[in-house]
Design a protein around this ligand. Structure first.
Ligand SMILES: Cc1ncc(COP(=O)(O)O)c(C=O)c1O
Length: 388
């Protein structure tokens, strides 16, 4: 723990979660069993999805999504560079080729649909969509482009758990983010809106894809240890290459409680973002992406952009001195050494690079209140560099 006053993120976890975990420990059944099945069924119900499969992480989910979609060597998968590296790493796991797209711009950090369309080639098989900061990408347009070019759509909905798509008049209006594409992946990592420490969920309406993911998460085996313990199976076959991406019962027990808290926690985040925007409207050397949208987001993080890249580090240091923890979401993936060496030909992605160099993430979590936001904003006004 550090002694900063305003943490970037925090978890709302207490006695209920402790009790749920204690119950699992006492049950002595610790991996992939009845609690996982219960968590999956409740998640699928609340998200309006036919299948939900709990996994060890979202990264595992992204990998299995591409595996289930038969993405392999020679295939291209389009992905924004403005994301966490896991969104792109999964493409390399399948020995396919990531093709990076730019963002819309400072006001919208999600992938640019024109650039997406321009980057499609005969080898393109899928697009990975990230709902950055929790704000929906333009799914109406993405689904239309994907249908026209016969592409699969994987939603990396790590930031967007619990948010619904807002597009009045569109058949997609009201659908939960993550359930619009062919497959959606969620993370329950320690800083997410729904926290289990490590863990993830994959959702799909396609029963064939669901079955391949179910097999893929447990070595490709046709039966689980729980099936055997329950006397439903005595042996098993291995019908595809699989991994150990299983969810533990401890994770599922935590997930059930956290799922119940999600609507009110996301609502609190929305109120806090509203307060941030009211206060920061007067800030002249700072802009707030997505500032014209409030309802189609899970408000996972609160990104702001300083005017000049050189101002960012002094700004962060000044906030740190005032007890405000900040972060950067994200260094562009295509600029990491691993990707520069593998894909030296990636075009510049100028809007991604420009925004990423000026981005600062301010604290946002459901344990903050309006007074906290006011204090953080006071710190922001005192810390904004005037001379750069
Ligand atoms: C956009 C995005 N994609 C993927 C991941 C990976 O999730 P996990 O840590 O559950 O593997 C994260 C987690 O930080 C993320 O933010």
């Amino acid at each position: 723990m550090n002694d900063r006053k305003y943490l970037l993120s925090d978890v709302d976890m207490g006695e209920e979660e402790a009790q749920a975990v204690a119950d699992v420990v006492r049950s002595k059944w610790l991996s992939l069993g009845p609690r996982t099945a219960e968590f999956e069924a409740e998640f699928a119900r609340q998200f309006g999805s036919k299948h939900a499969l709990a996994l060890s992480s979202c990264t595992a989910g992204l990998h299995l999504a591409l595996l289930a979609l038969d993405i392999g060597p020679g295939d291209e998968v389009i992905v924004p560079s403005y994301t966490f590296v896991a969104s792109a790493n999964c493409i390399l796991y399948q020995a396919a080729t990531p093709v990076f797209v730019d963002i819309e711009g400072d006001h919208d950090l999600n992938l640019c649909c024109d650039d997406l369309e321009a980057k499609i080639t005969p080898r393109t098989k899928a697009v990975i969509v990230v709902h950055l900061a929790g704000f929906a990408a333009n799914m109406s347009r993405i689904m239309e482009i994907a249908a026209r070019h016969n592409l699969a759509v994987v939603e990396d909905a790590c930031h967007a758990v619990g948010a619904a798509y807002h597009a009045p008049g569109s058949p997609l209006h009201g659908r939960m983010l993550g359930t619009i594409g062919d497959v959606g992946c969620f993370s329950f990592f320690a800083n997410k809106n729904l926290v289990t420490g490590e863990g993830g969920m994959i959702v799909t309406d396609d029963s064939r894809i669901a079955e391949r993911i179910r097999l893929g998460r447990s070595h490709g085996m046709t039966k689980s240890s729980w099936d055997k313990a329950e006397g439903r199976a005595y042996d098993y076959d291995v019908v595809q290459l699989g991994y150990n991406y299983r969810c533990t019962e401890l994770t599922a027990a935590l997930g059930m409680i956290q799922l119940g808290k999600l609507p009110s926690a996301n609502n609190r985040r929305r109120q806090l973002v509203n307060r941030y925007r009211e206060r920061l409207a007067e800030a002249s050397r700072l802009s707030v992406p997505f500032s014209d949208r409030l309802d189609d987001s899970a408000h996972h993080i609160f990104p702001v952009l300083v005017e000049h890249a050189e101002a960012r580090d002094p700004f962060r240091e000044a906030l740190n001195r005032r007890g405000v923890q900040t972060s950067v979401h994200y260094p562009p993936v295509h600029l990491f050494s691993q990707y520069r060496h593998r894909h030296p030909g990636t075009p510049s992605l100028s809007r991604t690079v420009a925004a990423a160099a000026r981005e600062v993430t301010l604290p946002l979590h459901s344990l903050l209140d309006d007074r906290d936001i006011d204090c953080i904003c006071d710190g922001v006004f005192e810390s904004i560099p005037c001379s750069v």
